[in-house]
Design a protein around this ligand. Sequence first.
Ligand code: PMP
Length: 436
Amino acid sequence: TTAKPDISREKSAELYEKAKTYFPGGVNSPVRAFKSVYGTPLFIQKGDGCHVWDADGNQFIDFCCSWGPLILGHNNAKVREKVVETIQNGMSFGAPTALENELAELILKNNKYIEKIRFVSSGTEAVMSAIRLARGYTKRDKILKFEGCYHGHSDSLLVKAGSGLVTFGETSSAGVPKSFADETIVVSLNDKEALQKAFKEFKDQIAAVIIEPIPANNGLLLQHKEYLQFLREICTANGTMLIFDEVISGFRVGFEGAAGYYQIQPDIITYGKIIGGGMPVGAYGASAQIMDHISPVGSVYQAGTLSGNPVAMGAGIAQITELLRMGFYRDLNNKAQEFAEAIQRFATARNYKLKVFSIGSIFWFAFTDKDIRTAEDIDPQSMEKFKKMHRELLNRGVYFGPSGYEVGFISSAHTKTDLEKAKRAIFDSLDVVFRS
Ligand code: PMP
């Protein structure tokens, strides 16, 4: 197998040149700029089922799925029809609507890990609000996060580990005051000792421990259930709230997300992506007792002009209804697991240094032969291989998110035939990566 000639990116390149004059880096969210993969970013024109088409008319089987929300694939008829139906009545009122009740009921009746919910407009907003709730509830200021977990771009969370086992965080973005980062403690994943040390050093000061229970923003860093249980216990023992950031894992690995998957009850859970069916939505939920600390009943303030937006609620209702159908997750997860296993078998048979990590319908290719559980386990050099693979895949009609640190998503719209086709393209691309 040899490298394929590059697809045409003429129109995309033209659009990108224009976009660069309008937006910093030509984009409205950084990773879209294709900085860590080959070539100009593809401008997407439309999506249908598991396919997307770019401005040059190239067709791809899409494993990015808008970074996770599209669990039913692109342009799902039920979601689209509900959006069109809802929009006939206007787009926003800034007043309560029955649609909010309907989506909340679908979620709360089928998810025993939260009793009340609040809808916001993005994952970032959900997490920022959850942190404020935890601080307001515990009357403590510090939070603890893990290296390799992403929780959106709010100030307290744009913080990375400094040097040393337990450290105050260092800002990972210009514009975040050092004094904010000082309130965030950062430790490594999968390290009980570091956590114990942090709790000892900052006794009675930690409001919340926040984790992606299925860390999926820095590769897929699957944690042991036992470690997550340890988190639950150490938080309880210290009067600290445990926040599961399920913006990716929520409604993805199962209806009850990672909480249900591991059967661990966090104090607060954040959601996003899937509950909006592709519209801008986030949410956070907890027990009624905890949630009632939020304004207007409680003293923790949080608000939003477009919160619970009717059109977004409509999309969410239609999508969530589909997820509740018998066997939805079983079928999706089986299909995804077969896909991941087949690729792993192919790589192993050829002695390629590749590990396919997966859970539910999330997968990640790591160019390594090691077990990877922490951000520090990932060799940045290995990203060169991803970059090569990404180019080959695009040239063979398969679209992965443009970074080797990002996970892939399989939707219910990916048929067995599509997955077979994608597998062949992946096999050929891996041959090029490892043999040339
Ligand atoms: N938390 C997690 C776990 C996420 O994956 C993301 C986004 N990828 C966010 C928070 C932020 O969500 P948003 O991009 O909608 O603000």
